[in-house]
Design a protein. Structure first.
Length: 281
């Protein structure tokens, strides 16, 4: 039996992971802005600790981690799942819109990680799972600001993995594609209010329409995704990155091929910038 600390556990991936973990006999610290919403979703259960947590509130994060240890004695897996989306061209995004999505997706993730990691270090055991996105590896029109927050999560995860692995703590970043959750609903995804005509018929404008049409018609099954995340997190040697969905695989493979092509094309320029004595050696 392990103790799972999950943010954003009242819906979407967070809720499904919580349900699956409980079904496997684990104990779950299920957090969300509204603890009552967690209880309504998961029911009353001795193996569930529902905690009110705004991930951007450092005091609440510290209190939630302390409550988890007081109730269950330890934390084995942290699932940093809480997040929000932002859709629109990069230029259209207001400062307030950009800061709001960064507050949750980046600073909130860091706040919770700082609260829970001391527990994992003291145990010399545990796993941190950061829910990123295919947008954390491949930027696309309309998702620039959102993807930039997930690019940040990817970099943080890579560094954390290297820093914590010698201390017995593993870090994994998960890159889902389009899954049939409520992510494209207005409750999770904000569409930028400012619309610039030049972008309306271009790729960013087209993405607005495509996202609306794709809502609740995404190819990915969140039940299968939750199972995969738990299965891999419990593996003896989990990967640093876990890709979920055929759309993610295609996008990642496409970007890798593009990067390799450009690297080969411009290699001589790249190699020309070292000092001559360095290049000669």
């Amino acid at each position: 039996m392990s103790v799972w600390f999950i943010t954003g556990a009242s819906r979407g991936f967070g809720l499904q992971i919580a349900r699956d973990a409980l079904a496997r006999g684990h104990q779950v610290v299920a957090t969300a802005r509204d603890a009552a919403a967690v209880t309504a979703a998961l029911g009353e259960d001795d193996n569930v600790l529902a905690v009110a947590l705004d991930v951007t509130n450092e005091a609440q994060a510290q209190q939630a981690a302390q409550a988890a240890v007081e109730r269950f004695g330890r934390i084995d897996v942290l699932i940093n799942n809480a997040g929000r989306g932002l859709l629109g061209a990069v230029e259209e995004a207001t400062d307030a819109e950009v800061r709001a999505v960064y507050e949750t997706n980046v600073f909130g993730l860091l706040t919770v990680t700082r609260a829970v990691t001391p527990v994992l270090r003291a145990q010399r055991a545990g796993t941190i799972v950061n829910i990123s996105s295919v947008g954390g590896f491949v930027g696309s029109p309309g998702w620039g600001v959102y993807a930039s927050t997930k690019f940040a999560v990817e970099a943080l995860s890579e560094a954390l993995h290297a820093e914590l692995q010698p201390l017995g703590v593993h870090v994994m970043v998960v890159e889902p594609g389009y899954f049939r959750t409520d992510f494209l609903d207005s409750s999770s995804l904000q569409t930028q209010r400012n619309i610039i005509d030049d972008y309306a018929t271009g790729p960013a404008g087209q993405m607005r329409g495509a996202a609306a049409e794709r809502n609740h018609d995404q190819p990915g099954d969140p039940v299968k995704a939750a199972k995969a995340i738990i299965d891999v997190a419990e593996a003896e040697q989990p990967p640093l990155r876990l890709l979920l969905g055929n759309d993610t695989i295609a996008a990642v493979e496409g970007k890798i091929a593009h990067v390799q092509t450009e690297l080969a094309q411009w290699r001589s320029v790249s190699e020309s910038t070292d000092f001559d004595d360095v290049a000669a050696s």
